[in-house]
Design a protein around this ligand. Structure first.
Ligand SMILES: Nc1ncnc2c1ncn2[C@@H]1O[C@H](COP(=O)(O)OP(=O)(O)OP(=O)(O)O)[C@@H](O)[C@H]1O
Ligand SMILES: [Mg+2]
Length: 226
């Protein structure tokens, strides 16, 4: 094993074993959801299980070393929005609409699972911020600006107090006692890993937070402008 320490080798083997075993778990869950689907009353539950299984398989795919030829922005945002709606299903009284204005053809480099996590974390934060108001609207807009995508995610919650704006991307920073404070740190790390940037501000047209992301586009020439 040139270039590989014994520790590395053991680690890779353990990871391969984990990927293998979890694939079997997903297979079992997938088969179980097929059975649940036979009862029409349980269709939404079965579909939610299947989406979670797909999401888990995509996560596993990253660790199994699958290659990635880029990610369609509109697709990952749709998946994150579906995740949010499945999540909110269990939180009665919180009604969040995710409005998307994303032209087709915007492709980002990186893994779809990573980009899904970016939007999932931002959507969850927005939903949590708007929770006391019973929900609200998250607006996602994107456009091609030269070779980069410019993406804005804004909500109509209370916004982010000025005194914490400079700290929210730090690991373990949270204003919620029951949270880990890792969400935005993960967002920041993934965006930077993909040569992008993210910053936060508050809306000027009312209350609410705005997250602005830029990330390089793949095949920027063919990307649609709007
Ligand atoms: N959309 C938002 N509106 C208002 N405040 C926000 C918003 N998003 C993030 N924040 C603030 O930034 C803090 C850090 O967010 P982050 O996602 O990193 O952690 P968290 O949501 O508290 O915990 P975790 O994401 O680990 O569950 C939040 O605790 C909150 O105070
Ligand atoms: Mg969070």
């Amino acid at each position: 094993m040139p270039g590989l320490t014994k520790e590395n080798h053991n680690h890779n083997l353990a990871l391969a074993g984990l990927v293998h075993d979890l694939s079997n778990v997903f297979e079992t869950l997938s088969e179980a959801s097929e059975l649940v689907l036979e009862d029409p009353r349980l269709k939404p539950v079965a579909e939610a299980i299947q989406r979670s299984v797909e999401s888990g398989r995509r996560i596993l795919g990253c660790y199994a070393g699958m290659s990635h030829s880029g990610v369609d922005l509109d697709v990952v945002v749709d998946r994150a929005a579906t995740f949010l709606s499945d999540f909110l299903h269990h939180l009665p009284g919180v009604d969040v609409e995710v409005v998307r204005r994303i032209p087709a053809g915007l492709r980002l480099s990186g893994a779809s699972n990573d980009w899904e996590r970016v939007f999932m974390n931002l959507f969850l934060n927005a939903a949590q911020a708007m929770r006391e108001r019973g929900g609200g609207v998250v607006e996602v807009t994107a456009r091609a600006e030269g070779a980069a995508a410019e993406i804005s995610i804004q909500d109509n919650g209370p916004g982010i107090p000025d005194e914490i704006l400079g700290r929210i991307f730090a690991p373990r920073f949270s204003t919620r006692s029951d949270q880990t404070g890792l969400g935005l740190h993960i967002v920041h790390s993934i965006v930077e890993e993909n040569d992008g940037a993210v910053r936060a501000k508050n809306r000027t047209d009312g209350s609410g937070a705005v997250f602005l992301l830029t990330a390089p586009l793949i095949g920027a020439d063919s990307a649609a402008n709007f």
